[in-house]
Design a protein around this ligand. Structure first.
Ligand SMILES: [Zn+2]
Length: 234
């Protein structure tokens, strides 16, 4: 049973995916139950970064109605391995020390896992890594690492406090995709509302989630149940 705040966040996220569908040439369907597992690993690991591998579930094709609903005007087939199938279960591959990841302030360089993703490029088709206290936008190192990816790359940005020595960094260009309940978005500039408190004691203020293709464009994420049925507001 997925937490209620995450269901609401997923519904809002999916509505924005729908509104922006013409900005993306493809979609990738991810079960909210997988996202919840990933979020729990993320929160347990703070302030560290984690790397997760996933493969498409060959048993579950994207439902036709979801494909039709989210198909944008520039839709393309055969962009990445596993396109057209719902993502399967996540695997926690590595955890990195945020201090080594973040020691260059202007480029929170997450090159830590670049080599790993290269070496394991054939092990999983799709990779997700977290950006502790940085937006979900690919760095130069991420773009390089993605060249080994057969499927999609995903980034989960987590804003939390106490921040430690690395404050939230968001002076950056790119399309941001929030994954937070509406009420948290609305109040985020005010008294720093938070979604919840991680087991590490960190307060989680904000989440972002994107997917991108090695050729440099975004892939539209749609959050679904395990069969690929989309979570939308009633
Ligand atoms: Zn990164």
């Amino acid at each position: 049973m997925v937490d209620e705040w995450l269901v609401r966040s997923a519904q809002k996220y999916n509505r924005q995916s729908l509104e922006n569908k013409d900005s993306y040439p493809a979609i990738i369907l991810m079960p909210v139950s997988s996202l919840e597992i990933i979020l729990n690993w993320t929160f347990e690991s703070l302030p560290d970064e984690i790397l997760i591998g996933m493969d498409p579930n060959p048993e579950i094709k994207n439902p036709r109605e979801v494909e039709d609903l989210y198909r944008g005007e520039d839709y393309q087939n055969d962009l990445f391995a596993g396109q057209g199938y719902v993502l399967g279960e996540p695997h926690l591959v590595n955890r990195g020390d945020a201090f080594s990841v973040h020691h260059v302030p202007e480029e929170w360089n997450d090159g830590l896992f670049v080599e790993e993703r290269g070496v394991r490029g054939s092990r999983f088709t799709t990779w997700l890594h977290t950006h502790p206290n940085a937006p979900a936008l690919p760095s130069i190192a991420d773009a390089d690492a993605a060249q080994w990816t057969e499927g999609c790359d995903m980034i989960l940005g987590v804003r939390f406090s106490p921040e430690g020595i690395f404050p939230w960094f968001d002076d950056i260009e790119g399309a941001r995709r929030k994954l937070s309940p509406e009420e948290v978005d609305e109040k985020i500039t005010g008294s720093k509302p938070y979604i919840g408190t991680a087991i590490t004691g960190h307060r989680i203020h904000d989440l972002e989630l994107i997917s991108f293709h090695k050729r440099g464009f975004g892939i539209n994420i749609v959050l679904t149940d395990e069969k690929g049925n989309v979570f939308l507001e009633k």
